[in-house]
Design a binder for this molecule. Sequence first.
Ligand code: IMP
Length: 428
Amino acid sequence: MPAIVLIGAQWGDEGKGKVTDLLGERVGYVVRYQGGNNAGHTVITPDGRKFALHLLPSGVLTPGCVPIIGNGVVVDPKVLLAELDGLADRGVDTSRLLISADAHLIMPHHRALDRVVERYLGSARIGTTGRGIGPAYGDKVARMGIRMQDLLDPGILAKKLELALREKNQVLVKVYNRKAIDAEAVVGEYLTYAERLRPYIADTRLTLARALDRGENVLLEGAQATLLDVDHGTYPFVTSSNPTAGGACVGSGIPPTKISSVIGIIKAYTTRVGAGPFPTELFDDHGAHLSRVGGEFGTTTGRARRCGWFDAVVGRYAVRVNGITDLVVTKLDVLSGLDRLPICIGYEIDGERVDEMPMDQTAFHHAVPIYEECDGWDEDITKCRQFTELPAAAQHYLRRIEDLCGTRVSVVGVGPGREENVVLHDLG
Ligand code: IMP
């Protein structure tokens, strides 16, 4: 298994930690390739300790593994250092971390603009995490971003920031009636971060190429998910990067020919945080069940996630745009006790039946799910470790997911614990 991509197949929060656990020590390098501290995942280590990570790849918790923050990530250095300090306080060795010299920095004006623009949008807001992600990526594409490597050259850092603030301060003051940001103070602050981050900054592209040449295993860990992809997601209700499999190559510098498999994580139902279309969303007791039993509150913002039935149109789409080779279905146990389990197999849009993700966003906003009803089950499935131990109705539900999405289900999560899985096919 040279390079494996791990991506969310829905709108995020599918539980990617499960796969990282399953691959465990077989992986020598874990790379974050996009997003920033808008992500959040909870990892439980073999000794039962729970960690909430936002920016660092989960590999930071695996002894011997090299965690890498790739060029495609946007890094808020203050948040990164706080995360590193938090881990150090709990005895985690973070010295192996490498950060791409090409990763872009989230600056104070990015955070300020993210929040003020959302407020300005009112009911049309995206519901961002407010961490400055969108503005940082905007500046990257506009070629006025500041990169990790700029921290190593105080003169360049000051010059680039002054140039950026010349425009951003005008916007903050004149458009949004906010205070201007003082360039000198920011440079001073960021140079203190530079001192601490210097040992981690590296040519991670080269590190990864050499690791792959030696036959080491690399896990490319996506944040957010397919439907939040800026190109392939429900634009504009998306994040500003490319979580899809293609983004893994761009955001790490690993060529597509080195990718051996793409693992898609898909929840046994659907959730979404923030605004945007969500055809199978539930507003009834079933939705309340999913939210309560599934503990559907964000790791990063604590916001309640919107909940709905499994949407196979979304699953099929994720398989198609990512080339998913294996699906990992998470949280199947959350469905135990529900009498019936509708699966969305297509949509009715303005009187017409549609089986694939519609071409335009307006149509997706009008999509009314067409459901196939599956039987529920009452049994506690958390002790099941073999597919045949699952209730017949649960087996049928999984087989329908497999058939409708068009790729095999390789692992099923039946509880939050590391061992609480049914493995049908080895992910390695
Ligand atoms: P941003 O990434 O903060 O710009 O937010 C853009 C959209 O992506 C919003 O709808 C967020 O709720 C959503 N989003 C960002 N990160 C995550 C995540 O890790 N899980 C789920 N949704 C996310």
